[in-house]
Design a protein. Sequence first.
Length: 207
Amino acid sequence: MPDLHSLDISDNPIGDEGIRSLTPYFVQGLQMKFPLIDIKMESCSLSSKGVIELLEILSTMQEPLNTLSIADNDLGSHVAEPLAKFLGISRVRVLNIGDTGLGPSAFLELEEELPEMLALCDIDISGNRGGLETANFIAKILLRAPELVRINAASNFMPPESLVVLCAALKQSRGRLEQLDLTGNFSCCCATNLSEIMESILMANLL
C-alpha cells in the first residue's frame, strides 16, 4: 500500500511484537517517502518499550506526522523523555496520550524535557492522574505551542491550586486556545473557578 495515508489498528492487542512486525513497513516507507500522516494505535496492549521503539522510528520520518494516538496503553513514566524528544523532532500536530499511566513523575519529566517550539494544535492527556504536574505541563506547552487550540486534561486529579497555574499561563500565552477540558478534576472545577478560566481564555484570545 504505497499510498497509505492513515493507519488505524486500534483495539487490536498486537503488543510490542506487533509493533516490531510493522517496523520493516515503516522503514521502507521512510526510504520511499510514503505519505503516511495519521497513525492510531489505541488500546493495543503496548508497553513503554514498544512505544519507545516506535517513536525512534517515527522520529526519522522526513514528512511530519499529522496525528499520533497511543492512548489506552499502559506505558507509565518511562516513555516521558523519548516522547519529549519525539515532539521536538517530529512536528506532530495531534497527539493522544490519554490514559497511558503517565502520573506526576512523567508530566514533570515531560515539562523539563520539552523543546522550545512545538507544532501541536491538539493534545489529549486525559486520565493520567498527573495532579498538579498536569497543570505545570499544560502551562509549559501553552507557551511553546502557539498553534494549540485544544487540550483535553480530563480526570487528572488536579488540585485547586492548579487553577492559579493555568490562569497565569493562559493570560501569558496569547495563543489560539479554544477548548480546555478539565472534566473529572472535581477539586478544581467549581463554577467560580471555571468562570475564571473562561475569562483567561477569552482575554488570551483577545490580546
